[in-house]
Ligand binder design. Structure first.
Ligand SMILES: Nc1nc2c(ncn2[C@@H]2O[C@H](COP(=O)(O)OP(=O)(O)OP(=O)(O)O)[C@@H](O)[C@H]2O)c(=O)[nH]1
Ligand SMILES: [Mg+2]
Length: 291
């Protein structure tokens, strides 16, 4: 029995948590991946709405504000080890609220302190403002002018800062030590919706050499450096994920997706840039640190 089993999936609104949750469960049911169901749970309501939409070739809706539900999955891995996994779904704005309020509310505190692994979902589309506040000095210079003129001052925080601040708050809550690199909890950064990423063009880069770590470094260099300087390399993993393998329209069922079947759609990009259709890998890797 693996003892380390509380994986906390962290993701802002629209980062792909619910679609991954549904696809992860479908893959578990197929029993072809690294993780399989050991006991089929009675409560199948979590992600049911997402699965129902996917079989029609449609995406699911945003998880309603305030939702935070969890369930237990009894799993078994390739080494015949059984794992009781806490698995949950929630509305992502709760994570944004934590950063805005600079406070981890009671209902999240236990998840943060009792988790052994953090699975951080990042959609590169959400990293639009790359510059940190210092590099926005021209904005600051116009501050006096804005005050005089009555214009509203616009000051955008770098989107990377949100993730750095969030991780720092979580480490503080967890009581993680400052001396030495962090090995517990482990951190897996998952770049979601990989199929829609507008990759940087480079002559030497091929799909096979485009690793998730390089892609994170391109889109969020400050966040990349922060996690590399904070975590023990053995406890830090970078993955890519396309839970659906394609974009689905909200109102036009996708026949190609229906014919393929959601249980066959999607892939994971491993640390070396290779792909696997086994969507249980991100969770399996959190349980076992080797790829
Ligand atoms: N292209 C593409 N789109 C995806 C993929 N996975 C999810 N999406 C889309 O991304 C959007 C957000 O996905 P969700 O799984 O609902 O995101 P979430 O993190 O649960 O969002 P909240 O419920 O708002 O917290 C949906 O419109 C999905 O259709 C993928 O692999 N590829
Ligand atoms: Mg959701």
């Amino acid at each position: 029995m693996i003892e380390s089993n509380h994986i906390l999936l962290i993701g802002l609104q629209n980062s792909g948590k619910s679609h991954y949750g549904a696809q992860f469960e479908l893959r578990l049911s197929l029993s072809k991946g690294r993780l399989r169901k050991y006991v089929v749970e009675k409560d199948a309501t979590l992600f049911q709405d997402v699965k129902e939409r996917l079989v029609q070739g449609l995406p699911a809706m945003h998880t309603p504000t305030g939702t935070k539900k969890s369930k237990y999955l009894s799993l078994i891995n390739d080494e015949s080890e059984t794992i009781d996994l806490v698995w949950q779904d929630y509305a992502g704005e709760q994570i944004g609220d934590i950063v805005d309020a600079r406070k981890i509310p009671e209902k999240w505190h236990k998840d943060v302190t009792s988790s052994d692994s953090w699975l951080l979902f990042i959609r590169t589309d959400d990293i639009k403002v790359k510059k940190d506040p210092i590099n926005q000095l021209p904005n600051r210079v116009s501050f006096d002018h804005a005050e005089d003129s009555g214009e509203e001052l616009k000051f955008e925080y770098s989107d990377q800062t949100v993730f750095v601040e969030l991780l720092q708050m979580m480490l503080f809550s967890k009581g993680a030590k400052h001396n030495g690199r962090i090995s517990h909890p482990s951190l897996t950064i998952v770049l979601t919706c990989w199929d829609e990423i507008d990759f940087p063009s480079s002559q030497n880069e091929t799909e096979a050499t485009r690793t998730p770590q390089k892609v994170l470094h391109h889109f969020a260099p400050m966040l990349h450096d922060f996690v590399c300087n904070t975590w023990d390399p053995k406890a830090l993993t970078f993955l890519g994920l396309s839970s659906l393998g394609m974009s689905l329209s909200d109102d036009q069922p996708n026949d190609e997706f229906v014919a393929l079947g959601p249980e066959n759609a999607g892939w994971v990009v491993l640390q070396d840039g290779s792909q696997s259709s086994d969507l249980t890998i991100p969770v399996a890797m959190c349980l076992h640190r080797e790829a």
